[in-house]
Design a protein around this ligand. Structure first.
Ligand code: CP
Length: 313
């Protein structure tokens, strides 16, 4: 494997999940695999889980991880070609990415969407431009349209928790006060369908996700119908596509509560975190037995370790 930016196929996903579960049992079994190798974790946006779990994963493989919060600690980057750099940007990505590429064996990048330029976000302009000039294997720490390490951790969690071959998995929209990217929802749909789960997506009218990620899912605006007999419920906000990057409604009545789960007694609740309590999901769920959010966060380490090991090997 050269890079990790999205779901590839059923077999590769299963291999990564099995490798991650092996590392969960034996975290140090490959403690010298990354000896003498260095990974650069480059962040254009904030992070808690992605940053720390990937650092721990690298450390478990004997690899050195260096974090650069390039948005705060680096020079302001220019991504456009041919511009006269007489405004805010100080360094062009052509130089910055190439320099970082020369320092590291593997690079990993977090680059959220602008939520203002739909075309550029959809073509992953920032991520692909950086990758092009870096010239090294690259891992997505969340890009404009996908968050594959999160989805891999989510699939590991489902695999560990499921009691039937093809569980009913529901992705439900949740309220938020800010415009939130589509990456987690897109990726979760892509991986859940790719892993052959029975996926239902529910959201208010107007919040349709890109069909590229959701083909094969049952899609409904009826949250009550969607939640019935669910085995797993993944809660996530995302903003609208048609009025790109905007919030169309607060949608307080879409918050997930115990009352809404009365017809799905066995449902386990998932969220990538950070979660806004009592806006997206109620306290009673997050503090109760249904919640898998800590398991998901824990599995981020082994998801990253599985991906790093594949690239190192
Ligand atoms: N879920 C996730 O990616 O968390 P962070 O944004 O804190 O890294």
């Amino acid at each position: 494997m050269k890079s990790f930016t999205q779901f590839k196929d059923y077999d590769s996903a299963n291999e990564l999940i099995e490798t991650a579960l092996h590392y969960k049992k034996y975290p140090y079994v490959d403690a010298s695999l990354g000896k003498g190798k260095r990974i650069g974790l480059i962040f254009l946006n904030p992070s808690l889980r992605t940053r720390v779990s990937t650092q721990i994963a690298a450390s478990n493989l004997g690899m050195e991880a260096i974090v650069l919060n390039i948005d705060q600690d680096g020079w302001a980057l220019e991504f456009e070609d041919g511009v006269k750099m007489n405004k805010k940007s100080v360094e062009h990505v052509k130089e910055a990415a190439a320099v970082l590429g020369s320092y590291f064996d593997i690079l990993a990048l977090r680059a959220f969407p602008s939520l203002t330029d739909k075309e550029k976000d959809m073509e992953e302009y920032i991520f692909t431009t950086f990758a092009k000039y870096a010239g090294k294997p690259i891992i997505s720490l969340e890009s404009a349209t996908r968050h594959p390490l999160q989805s891999l951790a989510d699939m590991i969690t489902i695999k560990e928790q499921k009691v039937k071959d093809k569980p009913k998995v529901v992705l439900t929209w949740a309220p938020h006060i800010k415009a939130i990217p589509h990456a987690v929802a897109n990726s979760f749909a892509e991986w859940a369908l790719g892993c052959d789960y029975d996926l239902t997506i529910t959201h208010p009218p107007g919040y349709e996700l890109d069909e590229k990620f959701t083909q094969g899912a049952h899609i409904t605006i009826d949250q009550e119908e969607a939640l019935k007999d669910a085995d797993f419920v993944y809660v996530k906000n995302w903003c609208v596509y048609h009025d790109y990057g905007k919030i169309q409604m607060m949608g307080d009545d879409w918050m997930l509560t115990e009352e809404k789960l009365s017809a799905s007694p066995n449902a386990k609740i998932m969220h990538c975190l950070p979660v806004r309590r009592n806006l997206e999901i109620s306290d009673e769920i997050l503090d109760g037995k249904r919640s898998l959010v800590q398991e998901q966060a824990n599995n981020r380490v082994f998801a990253a370790q599985a991906v790093l090991s594949k690239i190192l090997k």
